[in-house]
Design a protein around this ligand. Structure first.
Ligand code: SD4
Length: 345
């Protein structure tokens, strides 16, 4: 059986970090992660932390950090942070510029959860630049948690969100190319993980701890490319792609949403942390559930991120190539971290 000590050694040995400077030059500088990232006792108290999925998490974290560093609330940080990815046309799996479904419609799933356990969500929302902010409005302005489709769009209208076409020329051209074969393979293992890594595309999920020690999380996506019209993934489902419990910690997911939903991944990870698991141990068990349940797990990517209430972070994935951005350690610069995985490179 793996002891906690073995586990921690394995975790740090399997991880490297990239500074933002190295990112700009596109030259991965491998450095050891600071010990406090993994060690509750070494972390300075009341120090904010923000983590988010994939390479597009770097500019998103930088925005969230401005809020946290100024003493702002974790909820505002995660909303502001993921809005950066939503508005970026280069991010092909979130918001504007996201790949459409097989009928050419960009449909969005988002959710947000705060330190009190309040949550808001939208699913199958169209023509909206910032679904995360609509999700927050659902949380704050309605008695409900989730609105979908045309109902969500009409609610967004009442809240002043403009109707905007999100399908960029590039995304349209890629979709038209896809239509030539119309092969739907969201479950395929990326043939070249290095390329997958470089392109840095995927859902953005973000978790933050603010200076008051409170937690919040957000998740937003255009979902799997060329999905069936009407398909909703894990990203707007509280407990699946995102769960926050201020007394314990928070967890979030990226990857094939069907696998995350079937194992209620983020809720599971928070509950494991409640029982004493470290964030990374909990993420590993979240991944292990998928491995045990799905004989096809080698062809699926799912990545989990978690943070506990002390700001200690962890992550684990099924496939190599998953990365997360972290800000709040070592000079508060944003680092991109390679995550250990069930399958090796
Ligand atoms: C979904 N989890 O719609 C999202 C998409 C994603 O890799 O993260 N893609 O299933």
């Amino acid at each position: 059986m793996t002891t906690r000590r073995d586990f921690l050694i394995g975790a740090s040995a399997g991880l490297t970090a990239l500074g933002t400077r190295a990112l700009a030059q596109d030259q991965p500088a491998a450095t050891q992660l600071p010990a406090e990232m993994w060690d509750d006792d070494a972390l300075p108290s009341r120090h904010p932390v923000v983590i988010s999925t994939w390479r597009h998490g770097v500019p998103a974290n930088d925005r969230a950090w401005q809020v946290l560093d100024a003493g702002g609330r974790a909820l505002d940080a995660v909303e502001q942070g993921v809005r950066v990815a939503e508005a970026d046309p280069e991010v092909t799996s979130v918001g504007y510029g996201g790949r459409p479904d097989r009928e050419g419609h960009v449909t969005l799933d988002s959710c947000i959860m705060d330190e009190t356990g309040n949550a808001g969500s939208v699913a199958f929302l169209q023509e909206c630049m910032h679904p995360i902010s609509v999700a927050r409005k659902v949380m704050e302005e309605t008695p409900h948690v989730m609105l979908v489709g045309e109902g969500a769009r009409r609610f967004a209208d009442t809240q002043g969100f403009l109707r905007q076409d999100l399908l960029t020329d590039k995304a349209r051209a890629d979709w038209q190319e896809w239509l030539k074969t119309a092969k739907y393979e969201p479950w395929s293992r990326p043939s070249n993980p290095a390329l997958e890594r470089a392109s840095g595309h995927d859902t953005i999920s973000m978790l933050a701890v603010d200076r008051s020690g409170h937690l919040s999380g957000a998740c937003t996506t255009s979902g799997l490319a060329y999905k069936m019209h009407g398909r909703v993934g894990d990203s707007p489902i509280i407990g699946a792609a995102l769960f926050v419990d201020d007394e314990v910690g928070a967890a979030a997911a990226t990857g094939v949403g069907e696998e995350v939903m079937k194992t209620v991944g983020s809720f599971l990870i928070v509950e494991l942390m409640r029982q004493g698991a470290t964030p990374e141990e909990a993420c590993r068990e979240g991944v292990a559930r998928i491995v045990r349940k799905n004989p096809q797990w080698r062809d699926v990517q799912v990545g989990y991120l978690a943070v506990n209430r002390k700001g200690r972070v962890g992550a684990y994935a099924l496939q190599p190539g998953f990365q997360f951005a972290v800000t709040g350690y070592e000079g508060d610069t944003t680092r991109l971290v390679d995550v250990a995985s069930e399958l090796e490179d």
